[in-house]
Design a protein around this ligand. Structure first.
Ligand SMILES: N[C@@H](CCC(=O)N[C@@H](CS)C(=O)NCC(=O)O)C(=O)O
Length: 216
C-alpha cells in the first residue's frame, strides 16, 4: 500500500480522502474518531503527536505527513496527471493556494475553532467560551458570504483553472455549515450548485459511502 490516511468521518481529513480517490493510487485508511476522542489516545499520539487528523503515512517516508494544505499540495504535485493543482502558470497555482490557505487557516482554524474548540483560545479560563463561539459564527458567516459571492460569478469549480484540491474541502465546509444550522440550500445557491457538481463525481461518492457521511 502506498499510503495510509488517518481520518475522522466528515472531518477536514475527508478532503484528503477524496483527493486520494480522485488520484486513484492504492491507499489504506484508519479511522481515528475525533467525536470519540480517539485522536487524543496514546496509540494515535505515538503516530501523530499533534493529535489531529488528517495524517498521511507515505510508503518509504519515515515521518508521517501532517497539516491539511501540506498533504493536499504534496498529493497534487506528486500526481500532476490528476490535474488537481495547475502547474502551467504560477498565478493559477497561487490562486488555488490562496483559497486553501484562507479556508484552512481562517475559516476552519479560527471560525470553526472558536465554535467547536474554544478551549484552544482560552484553555484555563472558560468564561469567554460563549463569546468565542459567537465570534466564530460571525467569522464563518462573513466568510461564507464571501465564498458564495465568489462562486456566483458563473465559474464551474472554486478555482477558475478547474477542479482542484480546493473543491473537496469546500464540500466539507458546506456540510459543516449545515451542522451549525446555516441555511446552506436556501442562502448559498452558487455553493449548493457547486456541491451538486462535486457530488456527481464517483470518487466523492465512494468516500462519502466509506466514511458513512451524508450531505444535506
Ligand atoms: N492544522 C491542522 C488542523 C487539523 C484539524 O483541526 N483537524 C481536526 C478535525 S477537522 C481535528 O483533528 N480535531 C481534533 C481536536 O480538535 O481534538 C491541519 O491543517 O491539518
Amino acid at each position: 500500500m502506498d499510503y495510509r490516511l488517518y481520518y475522522s468521518a466528515g472531518a477536514c481529513s475527508m478532503a484528503v480522502h477524496i483527493v486520494l480517490e480522485e488520484i486513484g493510487v492504492p491507499f489504506a485508511v484508519r479511522e481515528v474518531s475525533v467525536a470519540r476522542g480517539e485522536n487524543r489516545r496514546a496509540d494515535y499520539l505515538a503516530i501523530n503527536p499533534k493529535g489531529f487528523v488528517p495524517a498521511l503515512e507515505i510508503s518509504g517516508e519515515p515521518k508521517i505527513l501532517t497539516e491539511l494544505p501540506a498533504i493536499l499540495v504534496y498529493l497534487a504535485r506528486r500526481y500532476p496527471e490528476a490535474g488537481l493543482l495547475p502547474h502551467s502558470s504560477a498565478i493559477d497555482e497561487a490562486r488555488v493556494l490562496e483559497w486553501l490557505v484562507w479556508l484552512v487557516g481562517w475559516v476552519h482554524g479560527v471560525g470553526y475553532g472558536e465554535i467547536w474548540r474554544p478551549e484552544r483560545f482560552s484553555a484555563q479560563d472558560t468564561s469567554p467560551h460563549e463569546a468565542l463561539g459567537a465570534n466564530g459564527r460571525r467569522v464563518v458567516q462573513e466568510a461564507y458570504a464571501k465564498i458564495e459571492h465568489t462562486l456566483a460569478d458563473g465559474r464551474t469549480w472554486a478555482a477558475a483553472s478547474g477542479y482542484s484540491i480546493v473543491d473537496p474541502f469546500l464540500l466539507v465546509l458546506y456540510r459543516w455549515g449545515n451542522r451549525i444550522g446555516l441555511p446552506m440550500r436556501t442562502h448559498y445557491a452558487a455553493w449548493t450548485a457547486l456541491t451538486g457538481r462535486i457530488l456527481e463525481r464517483s470518487a466523492v461518492q465512494r468516500v462519502l459511502e466509506r466514511e458513512g457521511v451524508a450531505i444535506e
